[in-house]
Design a protein around this ligand. Structure first.
Ligand code: SF4
Length: 469
């Protein structure tokens, strides 16, 4: 339980209260920010799911301890929200992974980023709450029962392959960390969890789990009614692979072969069961130089944060209805900064703006100097990558992808802030927009502060942007 907070009152863990709603039952009982929730209905509460479960019975007695942790205050609620907000959703410590995957992104991350980015979380509760992918290899029998009994559905599961021997070889779980060897058998787990909807992921490694092995995996997954979809994403690599197995990125030819194979499988499923079932990450299309599927082909973009359909979603229906102005009221130089993978797409999408007089627009393709040039996605660019590849004062406005900032904040991966980058580069720096239409609007009309990040990196998002876990 690495981040569980132990409590002086012999509680195995407590939930730190961040805020209390004025006028709520908790506020009336004198509970405030900085207090801890210790028990509900006499039981320790390991996470927000258990908390909600206890409240769902109607009458609940809550016990909270003050900041010093010595006095307990009890109060009751009856079908009402107690008014507590917590620091986190997991109170007993995030479950860590039991694996040492050949392709693990954390093992190849450079040092110097925020500590939480190195946490190898693999917690079924955050999978249910946030849609992060988990491997299931660290579950106990009690966890499996809890998933079924509390119907924690849907879950997001990293399958990688349905060949059990190959999966063990790719993921190399630690015997000492696996609490129940039965849970490492992915087919048994998918079948035991038959009442749970499962979205799956395959991180594809050239020559390992692709080709015929991938066909077999897809056929097996498609045969299970509870498996809703599969995302196939290419292995993410950095230049910091030290003493790790040799892995290569997909070449253009290999990526094209993958597109052909998966699209053929998807077309068959579409005619048989009305869904493509398997979706490829954008990276395969971009590396192969193939046209991206249309928006309808993503069937609601269910795995968007996994890089499946992000480009099509961004392009949306294009630039919008409004005609472009012939000239700007005042000349302006704008740089749109992004990673090598997306830069050609963005350049082509923004090409019509070249006709606008007074607008000097450049799509700047940044090399990822933090992770290495092999890392080409925009979401893994750090603040330092901007500072080293854009000259102070060389533009009026610098526009960025929302995925470069942590969700809900103005912080980059390396904890530099938008303000720091702004003042170092001596220009306006902002999020360009959630889609092409908003970006064009921002470029032309300078509504630079209008777009909050729609999503951005979290511990999970970094890993998923890196196509692993
Ligand atoms: S890829 Fe995920 S599951 Fe595998 S070792 Fe890394 S953190 Fe653990």
């Amino acid at each position: 339980m690495p981040n569980a907070r132990r409590h002086p009152l012999d509680a195995p863990y407590v939930a730190t209260i961040r805020d209390v709603t004025p006028g709520s039952a908790a506020a009336k009982a004198g509970v405030g920010a900085g207090w801890s929730l210790v028990r509900v209905n006499g039981a320790w509460i390991p996470d927000v799911l258990a908390y909600r479960r206890e409240l769902a019975v109607g009458d609940a007695v809550l016990e909270a301890a003050g900041p010093d942790g010595d006095d307990i205050t009890s109060f009751s609620v009856s079908w009402e929200d107690p008014g507590l907000e917590f620091d986190d959703v997991i109170f007993d410590g995030l479950r860590l992974c039991a694996n040492k995957c050949d392709f693990c992104y954390i093992h190849q991350m450079p040092q110097g980023f925020r500590k939480s980015l190195y946490v190898m979380d693999d917690d079924f509760r955050t999978s249910f709450l946030y849609g992060s992918f988990v491997t299931l290899t660290n579950l106990t029998e009690g966890d499996v029962r809890r998933i079924i009994d509390e119907h924690l559905s849907p879950l997001y599961v990293s399958v990688h392959t349905a060949d059990e021997d190959l999966r063990r070889d790719m993921m190399k779980w630690w015997r000492s960390k696996v609490k129940d060897p039965a849970v490492t058998q992915i087919r048994d787990m998918i079948e035991r969890l038959e009442s749970i909807d499962i979205y799956t992921q395959v991180v594809a490694l050239p020559g390992r789990n692709d080709g015929d092995a991938l066909d077999a995996t897809l056929s097996y997954l498609a045969s299970r009614p509870n498996v809703q979809a599969v995302a196939v994403v290419p292995v993410g690599l950095t230049d910091h692979r030290i003493n790790l197995p040799d892995l290569s990125p997909y070449t253009a030819d290999e990526a094209a072969e993958m597109v052909d194979r998966v699209e053929a499988f998807a077309a068959e499923r579409l005619s048989e069961r009305g869904t493509r079932f398997v979706f490829l990450s954008d990276e395969f299309y971009l590396v192969a130089g193939r046209a991206l599927p249309d928006a309808a082909s993503y069937e609601g973009f269910v795995m968007l944060e996994n890089g499946v359909g992000m480009v099509r979603d961004f392009l949306g229906s294009g630039m919008g209805e409004r005609p472009l102005p012939t000239r700007l009221a005042a000349p302006k130089r704008v740089i749109c900064a992004t990673g090598a993978l997306f830069a050609p797409v963005l350049r082509e999408a923004l090409a019509p703006l070249a006709a606008v007089e007074g607008l000097d627009l450049e799509v700047r393709e940044l090399v990822n100097r933090s992770f290495g040039s092999v890392t080409t996605v925009a979401g893994l660019l750090a603040g330092r990558d901007l500072l080293t590849q854009i000259e102070p004062g060389e533009a009026d406005v610098l526009l960025l992808s929302p995925s470069m900032l942590k969700y809900g904040t103005e912080s980059f991966l390396d904890e530099r802030t938008l303000d720091e980058v702004r003042s170092a580069l001596r220009m306006e720096v902002a999020i360009g927009g959630r889609d092409l239409r908003e970006l064009v609007d921002t470029i032309l009309h300078a509504h630079v502060a209008a777009h909050a990040p729609q999503f951005g990196f979290s511990t999970h998002a970094v890993k998923e942007a890196a196509r692993q876990h």
